[in-house]
Each structure stands twice: as C-alpha cells, then as structure tokens.
Design a protein around this ligand. Sequence first.
Ligand SMILES: OC[C@H]1O[C@](O)(CO)[C@@H](O)[C@@H]1O
Length: 511
Amino acid sequence: MAGGAFVSEGGSGGRDYEGGVTVFVVITCMVAAMGGLLFGYDLGISGGVTSMDEFLSKFFPQLEKQRVKAKHETAYCKFDDQKLQLFTSSLYLAALVASFVASVVTRKYGRKVSMFTGGLAFLTGALINAFAINVTMLIIGRLLLGVGVGFANQSTPVYLSEMAPAKIRGALNICFQVAITSGILVANLINYGTSNMAKNGWRVSLGLAAVPAILMVIGSFFLPDTPNSMLERGKYEEAKQMLKKVRGTENVDHEFQDIRDACEAAKEVEHPWKNIRQSKYRPALVFCSAIPFFQQITGINVIMFYAPVLFKTLGFGDDAALMSAVITGVVNVLATFVSLYSVDRFGRRFLFLEGGIQMFICQILVGSFIGLKFGTTGTGTLTPATADWILVFICVYVAGFAWSWGPLGWLVPSEICPLEIRPAGQAINVSVNMFFTFLIGQFFLTMLCHMKFGLFYFFAGMVAIMTIFIYFLFPETRGVPIEEMGRVWKQHWFWKNYIPDDAVIGGHDEN
Ligand SMILES: OC[C@H]1O[C@](O)(CO)[C@@H](O)[C@@H]1O
C-alpha cells in the first residue's frame, strides 16, 4: 500500500500494484486515442465551414440577406439561423442516442468492437458530407458522424482507464482530451487553408475527416481488449496473460485479484442501469451527470464551434477570424498538455478550482469589452486594440478550460465508476455531454442575438456555480484504483451517508 499515491482526504487503504508504463500501454493508447482525434476534428471543422461564403450561399442563401441587413442594424444577430445551427448541432444529438447503444456493445462485445463501429460510422459520414449537394445530405452526414462520436466516446476513455496503471491513469486518460484538442486544431488549420481555395474548400474540410476514420477502423483490428473487459466476459486466463503483458511484469496477482473481485461483484447484479440507482452509487451518478453538464455550460463550445463566426460578428475580416480560431486552437492543445503534467501532481480538485476562477474572470472581461463597444443595440466597431484584448481574454479562458474541465470531464467520470456501473456511468456522461453540446450548438447564435453581451455573464455565472459545487462536494480522486472508490466516498463529509460499510472493497489481504 502506498499512502502517497492516495487521496489527501483519505488516509487508509489502497494498493500500489507492480508494473509501469510499458511500450504496449503507450502504443495501444495512441491507437485508441484516434477516437478523440476524430471527435475533435468534427468539433472544430463546423465553425470554419459555417463562416465560409461559398458554403453559406450554397446551403443557406437566406443568411446573406440577414448579414447585409445586420451591417446596418445589430451585429449580434448576423448568423442567427436555426438550420445553420442544426448543421453544427445535429451531430451531437445522434451521438447522444448512439452512446446508449454503444454502452451495451462495449459491455457485451468489448471495447474494441465499439471503436471499430465508431470508425466505420465516421468514415461514411465524412464521405456523405464531402459530396453533399443539399442540406439533407449535410445533416445525414453529420448524424452519421454523431454515431461515430457516440461509439468512440463511449469506448475510448474506458479503454484508456483500464489499460493504464493506477498511478498514471490520470495522465494517460488525458491523452483522450489531447487527441480531441489536436483534432480541433487540425480542423482549424485545414479550414484556414481551404478557405483560400477558389472552390469547394468546404468539401475538402469536411471530407478530410475520412483520414483519421480509416486509421481508426484499421487500428481497432489490431488493438487488444482490456483485461477488465476479458474478465467481464469470463475469459480468465486470457485476461491474466493480457494484464501481465500490459503491465510488463509477471507479478500481477494482486491487481488481477482485485479486478477479479470487482468483476465477480459485478456479475452478481447484472444490470448496470439498475445498479447505478443504488444508494452506494449516488456520488457516481451525481458526478457522471453533473460534470458533463458543467463542462458544457462553461460555454467552451461557443468558442470551439463559433469562434470564426463570433470573430466575424465582432468585425474581424475572413482571414483574421479563421486565424483567431487557429490561435485559440493552439492554446487549447498546449494548455491540455499542462494538465497532462499536473493532474497527477496537483490533483483534480486544484485544477477544477483554479480553472474555474480563471474562466470566470475572463468571461466577465470579454462580456464587458463587447458590452462597452457594442452596447445593447449591437452597433459599433472594435478598434484593433480592443479586438486584440478580446482575443487574449478568450485565449486565457480557453487555457483555463483546457487544463481543468476539458480533460477532467472525461477523466473523473471514468475513474469514479466501478466495473458494475461503468457502462451506465460512461453512457450518462457521454450523453449528458452530448445533449448540452447539442443545446449550445443549436442555440448559441440565437442566444447571442437575444442576450447580447449578457450571454458571457450568463456563462460566467454558471462557472461560479460549478466551482462552488466542486469545492464542497468533490473529494480528491488522484491515485485511487477504480475498484476502491467506495473508500473515498465513505470518508467524505456528505457522501458518506450514502455508502454502506460493505460497499468498500479492495485491499483484500487485509481481510
Ligand atoms: O477542447 C474543447 C472541447 O473539449 C470538449 O469539452 C470535450 O471534452 C468539447 O466539448 C470541446 O469542444
């Protein structure tokens, strides 16, 4: 048992298993992270595409008139169009539904089958989008991409968590978010390049999603399944061999026994959806629902989806708007690396709280700058200096998100759910995330049109609430083996009321 690798508000229990980061772990996780790359590409690509004139006049000609009118009236409403927003948001609605199907597939057939299915859906969606001739094709393509996202987001974080040794689980899991942010940045760069093409730039932008999709389909053939997943399906010997291989040591008996104990417990009660309603899983249920909700209501996707449109709304030229999106994309990736370094050093709570405060301040500043320049009427122009400051604050805001809620939004839910509720917990996390991503995608431009600069104050208020929520209710989970989370809740001032004594498992040699 290693006290140092354990929770700060804890004290007793826990085990430091043998085995470290093997080449095997690194390679398998890189392939698995392809799911994140694809998700990121889809998140990042729609923003630039929806600001391209050729795309807009082909599919949304009515917007042209609106934009001309907006030149003389309010800037806030330039892009307010339900169908245009549906192009962005529909993907997340499909992802929401698909994540429920994916949770069953992930449990019954293993993590890699889910990744393969996701890759295939991505591939089809990308091709339909690239050859779209009407809005219906665009939306069908986006829906298929959404199915891909649902499957990949369901299986990839679980896969990463199960492959990682407990002591670096945080860092490895964040590879998923690194992959997402890299995907967004690649998309921003591609948009910047294709916007200068004489024709069909948007087709290239949308079609290039096929490249990582192909890599994912091929990669998932070669991925091994996780020991946890093999045990879950009764393959004991294979699971043990796999654990030895993954950990790079023969001495895996203790860890194997703990995973096995958890697996036996999981088998007794077969229904993860029923299980998660039990009182002992109340904290997991609450966090698996609240964390993705809060992650989205930070307003991050306002920037990820609509940065080019937002910058154009503020009066930036075409190139400047797309370049600004590239800049926020770079900050997003770099700051995610910061969390890779710090999540297992400073812990999750510190990052959540620091990131929250940083985002709050920036949102107030951005709202105030826009308010001062555009007022409630939405008329006025930004001086270049003000525009630069807004960009700086948006970048600092993105950095705050990228080393806190971004990666932790996937990490924490995946590490607080023991095996018997994991598929349900993960599905709730993904679907709540997707639902609110959908809402932001569908309503941001309309909200901006009505709430004007006050919208940024609204997001600031939400960030304040979530930061207080974490302060009071979230215990540190750094270094806690997934199977032993019961112990952490049992020691928490609030959650202990929900946890019966027999729900604390792990450290079986002490029994
Ligand atoms: O990096 C920003 C991206 O990260 C996510 O929150 C996923 O964790 C996305 O919704 C967002 O677009």
